[in-house]
Design a protein around this ligand. Structure first.
Ligand code: SF4
Length: 433
């Protein structure tokens, strides 16, 4: 979501006549997009700002902060720092140009933590997308789940779904501009529930999201991925929609967070291990093999060794293609922050390493299963390691490298896998599509 927000902010500023610089040394205005609020998030912003200023020769750039830290800490940031000139909340991206103008005109420090106004909604220009082939399309913003450890419902507000017709129009336009893959994004995409379902009334499907998947697939864009999915809202009809439409990619990111029912309750995740397993079984019973990835927090307050072992066992059962493991850290302002953070840093690290070791073993065997088979890869550019190889992502969201030249960039190709690396696959080009 943060990359998508940066793309939108750059587009809005460009449309208002500002030139976007890729150098903090020459820019007149520098805006920090801040993410996940942890205990020291504001201090980190101050440190980065000090770094940027250190490179200047006495000329002070205008400095702004946007994103979650700005939304939650905006007033304090402006009060506490002489360096920060403006703070813009998560709903005010469309108003960035007028805020920057105010500050440039010398009207003093500026703050906008207001909500997004529907009529101001803007798109993203192709030149500010992070890739010329892959585009993010936000379909829902905010969150109503209020997991006890998470700040998102406070920093991003309640869930707000875009109307389907607008999403379909954007995907069709991106297809026309040459984008090959789109990612439908949101904190919980499968909780998608527009106030008006214009465009979805006649579409088959058990949920608004599975209807949306079908109608987006019908645009004919080559590849559609979506992230993140909330376990409770992972209806089996989403798997049916993937089965029916080849352009719905075979990858689901389904954060588990813990394998213990007591910890899940303390996290207020709204599902039990048994519910989660049912969703995983539905995903694993799909016609195509759907890659499954997840997030886990270790060392949540009160997590016992036995509860952590339950997480290990569930990870072994799910056999994730990849896993993001986080050590619990307190987010000020969340309900979990009032719990005693009674797992020592040393113990959290030990649990992190143990789980990582288990996952590495699983990942190695999952990746080895691809050796000898073929995957469809969207070629995104040169490999980071050697200019002789190209790099892209498979439909199952694996990084795939293979010998090739830059003329393949932007094409979808078939690659036969010859080797499983630690976090990626390696192979040879079979043919273009
Ligand atoms: S579902 Fe929970 S963890 Fe995810 S954004 Fe919402 S509150 Fe945060």
């Amino acid at each position: 979501m943060n990359v998508a927000d940066s793309e939108r902010a750059a587009t809005n500023l460009h449309n208002a006549g500002y030139a976007i610089s890729d150098s903090t040394q020459s820019a007149d205005v520098i805006i920090f997009n801040t993410c996940s609020v942890r205990a020291r998030a504001a201090e980190k912003v101050f440190a980065r700002i000090r770094d940027v200023r250190r490179f200047r020769n006495g000329r002070k750039p205008i400095i702004g902060v946007m994103g979650c830290v700005a939304q939650l800490e905006g007033e304090n940031l402006l009060e506490d720092s002489t360096s920060i000139d403006f703070a813009i909340g998560t709903g005010a991206l469309e108003r960035i140009p007028s805020i920057v103008k105010e500050v440039l005109e010398g009207q003093g420090k500026a703050l906008d933590l207001g909500e997004r106004v529907e009529s101001e909604a803007s798109g993203v220009s192709a030149s500010f997308r992070h890739s010329p082939y892959v585009a993010f399309v936000p379909i829902i913003e905010g969150c109503n789940k209020f997991c006890t450890y998470c700040i998102v419902p406070y920093s991003r507000g309640r869930e707000k779904s875009r109307v389907a017709a607008e999403i379909v129009e954007e995907v069709s336009r991106l297809r026309g501009e040459g984008f090959r893959e789109i990612h439908l994004i949101g904190q919980n995409v499968n909780s998608y529930r527009p106030r008006t379902d214009s465009g979805l009334e006649s579409i088959e499907g058990a949920t608004q999201f599975s209807k949306l998947l079908r109608v987006v697939a019908a645009t004919g864009i080559e590849r559609i991925k979506f992230t993140t999915s909330f376990p409770r809202d992972l209806h089996p009809d989403i798997v049916s929609a993937i089965d029916e439409n080849e352009n719905l990619c075979n990858w689901v990111h389904l954060p588990m967070q813990s394998g213990s029912n007591r910890v899940l309750r303390a996290m207020r995740r709204g599902y039990k291990v048994e519910d989660y397993i049912k969703r995983v079984e539905a995903i694993k019973s799909a016609k195509r093999r759907i890659a499954l990835t997840s997030d886990i927090i270790v060392g949540f307050p009160g997590e016992t060794v036995k509860e952590f072992d339950e997480t290990i066992n569930l990870v072994k059962y799910c056999r994730y293609d990849s896993l993001y493991i986080f050590k619990y850290s307190e987010r000020p302002g969340t309900p979990a922050a009032s719990l005693e953070d009674n797992i020592s840093e040393q113990e959290k690290t030990a649990r992190f390493l143990e789980l990582e070791k288990v996952q590495k073993g699983i990942q190695r065997s999952v990746l080895e299963e691809y050796v000898g088979g073929e995957v469809r890869v969207l070629v995104e550019g040169k490999s980071a390691k050697t200019p002789l190889d190209m790099r892209g992502h498979s439909t199952c969201h694996k990084v795939v490298n293979f010998p090739g030249d830059i003329s393949l960039a932007g094409q979808e190709v078939i690659v036969r896998i010859t080797e499983a690396k630690v976090n990626s696959l390696y192979g040879g080009l079979v043919k273009g599509l």
